[in-house]
Design a protein around this ligand. Sequence first.
Ligand SMILES: Cc1cc2nc3c(=O)[nH]c(=O)nc-3n(C[C@H](O)[C@H](O)[C@H](O)COP(=O)(O)O)c2cc1C
Length: 463
Amino acid sequence: MDTSILFEPIQIGKIELKNRIAMSPMNMGYTGPEGYASEQTNAWYATRARGGFGLIITECVVANPYPWRGSDSLNPLLLESQNKYRQLSQLADVIHSYKGTKVFMQLSPGWGRQGHPDLEHESIASGAPSAIPMEMDLRKFNKGWAKQVKRLGIDLIDELGGVEKIQSLSDEDYEGLKEIAFPYIQEHAPQFYHVVKGHTPRELTIAEIAKLEDFMVEQACAAYSLSYDGVELHTPHGYLLHQFLSPRSNQRSDIYGGSTENRARVVTNILERIRKKVGPDKVLGCRLSGDELMPDGLTHAEACKMVKLFTDAGANYFNISQGSYENPGAAFAPDGEDDFTRWAPGFKDASGGMPIITPSFIHPETAAAAISSGKTDIISLGRQSIADPYWPAKVKAGRSEDIMKCTRCQQCYMNLFESRWIRCSVNLTAGFEKYYPELWQNDGLMDARARKFMDKRADLPQI
Ligand SMILES: Cc1cc2nc3c(=O)[nH]c(=O)nc-3n(C[C@H](O)[C@H](O)[C@H](O)COP(=O)(O)O)c2cc1C
């Protein structure tokens, strides 16, 4: 199949992408001490820029100085103070040094009830819209997750008849399973337990929410001045902003709870204020779950209503996702590919035709078909970009057969959650980029002015 559509340029706001292949935002935990971008952070992204991605969306960067942000055990990049500006501007400059590559910063106020604060200090509860704890539905495990929990020492799934049997349990039978499974996970894999069953978060006050909005607006504006081509609000996957949107996690009775408009208010406020400050031309997007896929959660119909509200507030593109920690198979890590395109037409209509980014592809043909069908405008690769950073360049060179395919083994995710250095089972260089400069060597792609400087230096005699 002809995959040339992947290499057609596309406009988001005033920014032109050289192709329609984006790298999905992924928190790899390679951050250095105190939340600074590290050499490995830079080398990680430089390798993907070298591989030909037209757009790199950074991992979720946390703009919140308070301990209730509850995010630190995943070791994210922080943008809670001006101290972080230099390293983050260096990261944008490194990515830009690969000709034509654009970079958007994904920005978040924190993880809310999915915050794992017990690993930091049990007296600091995460802040959330309501004091409702998160609890994973173990029936939503898929094959990849089952494989990883087994690696952690949880043999229970096989003993109970396999992942398919668990997936089909009735509510009543599942209650029985929970009584065995939760204590078992807590005992055998305590490092993972916080992902399965959260602590009870603290309900944020209106004054704290106002502060949260202030920080997000301030740091989003900073991101543009640090040379990021766009800013994306981190609003999916059951994290803090999503918790405001969802009736499952937001049961407030003030101006931030109840109606769709009230639950969306924190995001619309942030978008409106950023747009007012930066003007109409800047790229400002939202990553949003097309459906939470949990009972009483955010439905696709309501997500579309929110897309309309967010467009009116100033968003000019949308990045799709789905689910939350409570539904892990759907949320982050489907076993197959192309599971998210189903939400794209709804977002496209609701936004009045704004560009849509859709993740979760492995094969170039499937990715090209998602665009040529008119459903999405840009495809993004998450786990596949870990498995093979050169996917775009290989496809363009007609060498798709050389692509190292992601096996959906979920090791990357599980390494993140068990607080380990992220590795990949098919790409043994992943996580070691800083030690292998040949992976990100800038060849002829280097900015022409830098190339001229290098060429002049090359024949200088050494004295
Ligand atoms: C290790 C890891 C970390 C992730 N971190 C983020 C994140 O910071 N922000 C986000 O919006 N999505 C995050 N995701 C989700 C991905 O962006 C993507 O939506 C998901 O992996 C499904 O796409 P894929 O099938 O192409 O991997 C992460 C995924 C992985 C594997």
